[in-house]
Design a protein around this ligand. Sequence first.
Ligand code: KG4
Ligand code: ZN
Length: 331
Amino acid sequence: MIILGIETSCDETAVSICANGKILSNVVGSQLIHSNFGGVVPEVASREHERLLNNLTIEAINNAGVKINEVQGIAVTNGPGLAGALLTGVSFAKGLAIGLGVKIVSVNHLEAHIIANLLDRNDIFFPFLCLLVSGGHTQLWLIKEMEDYILLGETRDDAAGEAFDKGARILGLKYPGGPEIEKCAKSGDSNFVKFPRALINSKKIEFSFSGLKTSLLYYMDSFEESENCKLNDVAASYQQAIIDCLISKMKLAIELTGVNTISIAGGVAKNKHLRKSIDKYLIGNKIVFPDLKYCTDNAAMISYLGEKKIEMGKHSQFNFSINPNFNFKIN
Ligand code: KG4
Ligand code: ZN
């Protein structure tokens, strides 16, 4: 089946073609305009999606080497995400599907992030654990099989990506903060500041990053860069604190479930120091990392999951709506 996927939940406008489980094209128009504002401005994001969608769709079709009338179904993210941004994608997708006379399927963005682990590979098997770390979510999932998922635990407050983004702002770095902190931390000493690691010793799978952010804010109040005290050291220590919390709960999830195939998903999964630390501290388990291009928001994960759903007969009726606060608590 040839499926066209559309993703517009936040500040990435993305279109992809998937055919029989294979990604034929994956185009992403990142809206760099938001870095001028230090974060995503919802109205600007919607307008940018509107401006970019048509051309990116043509590009995705051309890159895939297919013709528009060969597309057999449209998959689109309908939540969670920014309402206006989701609406642009869903409206565009519905119009296209009606025009082409093909099926449409709405896709949950978080489920798609997790399922991105299956893209371009055949060495991951159910059941597996997945740490989903994005700008809005930090959750640990047990993925028993397709559409059979158990949420093991999540953050009580900020998401890991949010901790990176807000931390970067406090450190005077640009948006999005994750890659900026990673870059700045590269030559830093991660033991330089002892930032708190909330809930690290609790026997529950839960995270909390808001105290860490406040602690960075207080630390930076009296910070002056010098030969012995560099911004890189602070960034490295802050990044390490986030990573330590994530890894401790991955370990706990392995202990509690007995499942030892573990994967990661979402924008923060791009972080190379996180990947290295997982390899180091979770040694002895089967560790699966999705390709970097499938971690941050993309439409490949949408077209792939959409195809699976259509194959299972789970396409949508045309009256489906956006669901900005989509809770993804299956089972
Ligand atoms: O999955 P995603 O693209 O969008 C959401 O669904 O939220 O994730 C975006 C988040 C941002 O918070 C961004 O700072 C973070 O992923 N991120 C990173 C890195 N690249 C992106 N965090 C840490 N290290 C990175 N290299
Ligand atoms: Zn995302």
